[in-house]
Design a binder for this molecule. Structure first.
Ligand SMILES: Cc1cc2nc3c(=O)[nH]c(=O)nc-3n(C[C@H](O)[C@H](O)[C@H](O)COP(=O)(O)OP(=O)(O)OC[C@H]3O[C@@H](n4cnc5c(N)ncnc54)[C@H](O)[C@@H]3O)c2cc1C
Length: 309
């Protein structure tokens, strides 16, 4: 994996380490309120009221309130908690691990000089980063699902085990390296696996962005520009005009228990397609009389779980 010409991670190069903002306090009035928005550190909105008589919105937070003429739902995988967005997306979960810092001897055979972000080409992708202190941070593979809008699925021992084994499978000299961090969290999934942004309601005072699967961080930057276009200029700015996901018809998830059944069916299909593609090279190499190739997921490094190698 020597990548001499590819640029280093945009995030690390441009933004540096994450610094949380102080929480919002007091009663304030703004033109536009943003609920969510990930790492912006905004306080939790405990209630949202539409002020029909005077127009606009009132958000209650643990230490105050925000009155706003316009509203952005940047709530991604949490959007089902808000009535108007309830069935547009469902949360699914991805899991990550971080290794101890690699020594220069461990790093040299990999040739990962530029801290580029990497991913494989599976449906259920594996993705990799190298931190400034030379830990490999990787995630993906098994995707977690809960029933309904369950958001309590941040841990999954099997998924973490899969990732750990995957590191050893990909870089055998790192087999058994210490894992210092394990974590997981929700990402937002629309029924057709495609992002969706747009106006909520006829008066065009509220906008939403959700369903960023696979490349949510990059997409969230574009989303910010698109939603700003929608709120300030009726969507005629360049970002909104060029984005194919704006005001598209979003297929709603069906009511429960059908939504949960649909999520499991979609994940099953994606896993099966990954497994099928991974077996193709083994089948192509097989000659008449050969014994069937062992499934790729049972590689010599014991890489258990789906979409492994
Ligand atoms: C473990 C993990 C690894 C990932 N890895 C990658 C990756 O390598 N590359 C990539 O591109 N994407 C990755 N993603 C996906 C990526 O993080 C998301 O797609 C991206 O963060 C979406 O940005 P967002 O701002 O739209 O939503 P989020 O970052 O999800 O932010 C939504 C915010 O809404 C907040 N919220 C919910 N309810 C309320 C409320 N009532 N009041 C106020 N705030 C509220 C939540 O606290 C949250 O902070 C990963 C996700 C996870 C969980």
């Amino acid at each position: 994996m020597d990548l001499p010409d590819s640029p280093p991670s945009l995030w690390l190069a441009k933004y540096g380490p994450y610094q949380p903002e102080p929480s919002l306090a007091g009663d304030i009035s703004v033109d536009v309120a943003v609920i969510g928005g990930g790492f912006l550190g905004m306080a939790t909105a405990t209630a949202l009221r539409r002020r029909r008589s005077v127009g606009g919105y009132r958000l209650l937070t643990p230490h105050g309130s925000v009155s706003a003429a316009k509203l952005v739902y940047a709530t991604s995988a949490y959007s089902h908690l808000f009535g108007e967005l309830a069935r547009l997306q469902a949360p699914a979960f991805t899991y990550m691990i971080a290794t101890e810092p690699l020594t220069s001897e461990q790093l040299a055979p990999i040739g990962w000089a530029g801290q580029q972000g990497l991913e494989d080409a599976r449906n259920l992708i594996h993705y990799y980063r190298l931190t400034p202190d030379h830990r490999i941070v990787m995630g993906g593979g098994p995707v977690g699902l809960g029933r309904g809008g369950d958001l309590d699925r941040d841990s999954d021992q099997k998924a973490w085990q899969h990732l750990e084994q995957h590191i050893g499978w990909l870089w055998p000299h790192l087999y058994g390296i210490a894992i210092t961090h394990r974590w997981g969290g929700p990402f937002s999934v629309t029924m057709d696996l495609t992002p969706a942004l747009g106006y909520l309601g006829e008066d065009r005072t509220a906008v939403y962005g959700l369903g960023c699967i696979g490349h949510g961080v990059a997409m969230s930057y574009l989303n910010g520009e698109v939603l700003a276009d929608l709120l300030t200029g009726d969507g005629d700015g360049p970002a909104a005009r060029q984005c194919p996901f704006v005001n598209r018809r979003v297929i709603s998830w069906p009511p429960e228990p059908s939504a949960t059944a649909a999520k499991y069916a979609i994940r099953g299909y994606l896993q099966a397609e990954d497994a099928f593609r991974e077996h193709l090279p083994a089948r192509a190499k097989r000659r008449p009389g050969d014994r069937p190739a062992a499934p790729a997921v049972r590689s010599r490094r014991g890489c258990g779980g789906e979409a492994c190698g």
